[in-house]
Design a protein around this ligand. Structure first.
Ligand SMILES: C[S@@+](CC[C@H](N)C(=O)[O-])C[C@H]1O[C@@H](n2cnc3c(N)ncnc32)[C@H](O)[C@@H]1O
Length: 210
């Protein structure tokens, strides 16, 4: 994502009730933060937040946490919710490389939507489906690790499938053309709308680890 610094973004993010200010201090406290014991779904790299906001509105019995590392991007998600109170939605403005410091076996499902593919080999460790990240995710899931990813990048999709299967994830669902296949409940992300409308094929996989 090309990033334009937005003046005042840091302050807006810091003052938002939707944003967890000290995520490390809140590790293990999500039951208290949400005020219930509902399942928690996490999205890493929420971007402008369309997916997670719609998910939270559609599924009031699931709690949603979205991580986004750039405040200039996260404010676009916060703008979407500034006039509504969505009690089952929170955000973290930080790098997901710290994800295992934020959650203590509290997550039920992880969404990775149109993650940056980092195509150069020397950047492999930055990919959100690299072994490094998959090892961290193992520490955040409550029970069976459950990941749903979507991307328009074929090479990144193939890399991710191999990485997940190498870690003994089992494929529950897979689509090599999500918009052609019948997924009526699919909620589109900003990237998905943009690239889907230009004719890009969208890949999706849902995996679980016993
Ligand atoms: C290509 S965009 C996709 C945004 C959104 N998921 C969508 O599909 O429209 C990837 C987003 O992930 C964020 N991101 C990438 N790596 C991240 C990390 N390590 N921690 C948190 N956010 C990250 C980027 O800042 C960017 O907003």
């Amino acid at each position: 994502m090309r990033l334009r610094k937005v003046k005042g973004a840091e302050e807006i993010v810091q003052n938002s009730d939707y944003v967890i200010k000290e995520p490390i201090m809140n590790k293990g406290r999500y039951k208290e933060l949400f005020g219930n014991n509902n399942p928690i779904h996490l999205e890493i790299g929420v971007g402008k937040g369309k997916f997670i906001v719609e998910k939270a509105l559609n599924c009031p019995d699931i709690n949603f946490v979205g991580i986004e590392k750039y405040d200039s991007v996260l404010i676009r998600a916060l703008e979407k919710v500034k006039d509504v109170k969505i009690p089952n939605l929170l955000f973290i403005n930080d790098d997901a490389s710290n994800v295992d410091a934020f959650f203590d076996r509290e997550i039920d499902t992880l969404y990775l939507n149109f993650s940056d593919p980092w195509p150069k080999n020397r950047h492999e460790k930055r990919r959100l489906t690299s072994e490094k990240f998959l090892n961290k995710y193992e520490l955040i899931f409550k029970k069976k690790p459950h990941i749903i990813m979507k991307t328009d990048n074929r090479k990144f999709f193939e890399y991710s499938l191999k990485s997940l299967v190498d870690k003994e994830y089992k494929i529950e669902k897979i689509s090599l053309d999500l918009h052609e296949d019948n997924y009526p409940d699919n909620i589109m992300t900003e990237y998905e709308e943009k690239f889907g409308s230009k004719g890009s094929v969208i890949y999706m996989v849902e995996v679980i680890k016993e």
